[in-house]
Design a protein. Structure first.
Length: 454
């Protein structure tokens, strides 16, 4: 894995040599916002090397206080008209410096957000995850993760889809292509370019496969240290959209585009000791660490759902018989459960099936780690596994809408202990902003039902 990852990663000497040779002239300075999107600036390579590496860069702190349309909204303590919408610091994490093969002459570096005094912007997604990783390290543990992103591909461009109002789009496939080699061959030029481009950017790509909905596909990247996995997830998601656009396609990760299967993002998580040994399995099967960590997931999954399902549309995935979960339950290799346990020995891991394609990977992983720490610290016992159809069992249910998820998160003692009031209040406000936007919108559904008949 280290060899494959090294292919696309750069250090400063390599970047300097590539810039002097004229092969790299642009560096993308990127942070991940609340919606999981890459935001930042395009810098000349010379400016990055001569100034930003030593002095960092600045960006408006409204980047963590706007809605998905980049509208300024009220309710955020860190950023507002009252505070003048000042800057925070983009501090490059040079370990993330990588090529972006789908953009000519371009490299990318992921940044941490800090204030002018060097203190972290604690509500920024990358800092939220880093804090939970620090808490885990205090207990002698490290997290490893992989994310499985599904998306739907259309033969319309993004501009054509916009002009059509996202109606009557032409899917890349007209039937279920789950595991179909013939069906995936229809758009293999796109899938191959995404796979190879991500490999060239330092991600270790494993495979691509078709999925159930029309034009739905999945490309999987090998697990990594949790922070690197989240960084890679954001680069891949952004890059896949850019590559699709370059090739005349549009692809969407939205959780529920239509009434058929939605786009999931199953999150796989395992732990290792400080010495690098997996700790979920012992000589007899599941270790005590595994059982307590998994029990923590079950105990506070409803509280943490806002970090797994961060948008109004997220909750429309949760439907019986859809391969998206509804019950807070775990089971060995059971796809009806929200928590599926798979693998054996060193590969034993938890698969969280609640997140959709819109998930912010930093926040989802932070929530899983915080839940697991709650289970470890309180020595929670693990309930019996579900064997059978969890959809039909009397189990606690995932929140069915964002109203419920917002309230559970806002009132969660575990969330406030793990993340702090600033983070919980910040993301509670994010949910409130989305709810108010929904309540103000007049939908096609309302027009069709009400225009003539009411």
């Amino acid at each position: 894995m280290e060899t494959a990852r090294a292919r696309g990663h750069l250090d400063l000497d390599m970047l300097r040599a590539e810039a002097e040779a004229g092969r790299i002239d642009t560096v993308l300075l990127a942070m991940t916002d609340m919606q999981g999107r890459l935001q930042g600036k395009r810098l000349t390579a010379d400016h990055f090397l001569e100034e930003v590496v030593q002095e960092n860069a600045e960006g408006c702190n409204y980047l963590l206080a706007v809605d998905v349309d980049m509208n300024t909204v009220e309710g955020y303590a860190m950023s507002s008209w009252a505070t003048g919408y000042g800057d925070f610091v983009f501090k490059p994490d040079l370990d993330t410096l990588r090529l972006t093969p789908w953009l000519e002459g371009t490299a990318l570096v992921t940044c941490d957000l800090v204030w002018e005094d060097g203190s972290p912007v604690v509500a920024s997604p990358r800092q939220v995850l880093k804090r939970q990783l620090e808490r885990l390290a205090e207990r002698g543990l490290a997290a490893f993760a992989g994310t499985e992103l599904e998306f739907m591909v259309f033969r319309d461009t993004y501009e054509e889809a916009w002009r059509k109002g996202y109606r009557d789009l032409e899917p890349a496939n007209y039937y279920n292509v789950d595991y179909s080699l013939m069906g995936t061959a229809r758009i293999e030029p796109l899938l191959r370019r995404i796979r190879n481009s991500m490999s060239g950017a330092g991600l270790v790509v494993e495979d691509a496969k078709g999925e159930c909905n029309y034009g739905q596909h999945e490309i999987n990247v090998r697990f990594d240290e949790a922070l690197a996995a989240a960084d890679g997830h954001s680069v891949y998601k952004n890059g896949a959209k850019e590559i699709a656009s370059q090739m005349g396609y549009a692809l969407t990760f939205m959780p529920k585009f239509n009434e058929l299967e939605g786009n999931s993002c199953h999150v796989h998580l395992s732990l290792q000791s400080r010495e690098g040994e997996p700790v979920f399995a012992d000589g007899h099967g599941h270790s005590e660490t595994f059982e307590r960590f998994l029990a923590g997931q079950l105990a506070v999954m409803r509280d943490m759902t806002l970090f797994f399902a961060p948008n109004i549309n997220s909750y429309k995935r949760y439907a019986k018989g859809s391969f998206a979960p509804t019950a807070v339950a775990w089971g060995p290799d059971n796809r009806t459960c929200s928590l599926r346990v798979i693998g054996h020995g060193k590969s034993l891991r938890i698969e969280n099936r609640a997140p959709g394609g819109d998930v912010n990977p930093y926040l989802a992983l932070a929530a899983m780690i915080a839940a697991g720490i709650h289970g470890l610290d309180n020595e929670l016992p693990l309930e019996d596994a579900v064997r059978g159809n969890a959809y039909e069992m009397d189990k606690p249910q995932l929140p069915s809408n964002m109203y419920e998820a917002r309230d559970l998160f806002a009132n969660s003692a575990v969330a406030r202990e793990a993340f702090g009031d600033e983070v919980v209040d910040h993301y509670t406000n994010m949910a409130q902003v989305e709810i108010e936007a929904l309540e103000a919108a007049v939908t096609d559904w309302e027009r069709y039902r009400n225009f003539e008949r009411l």
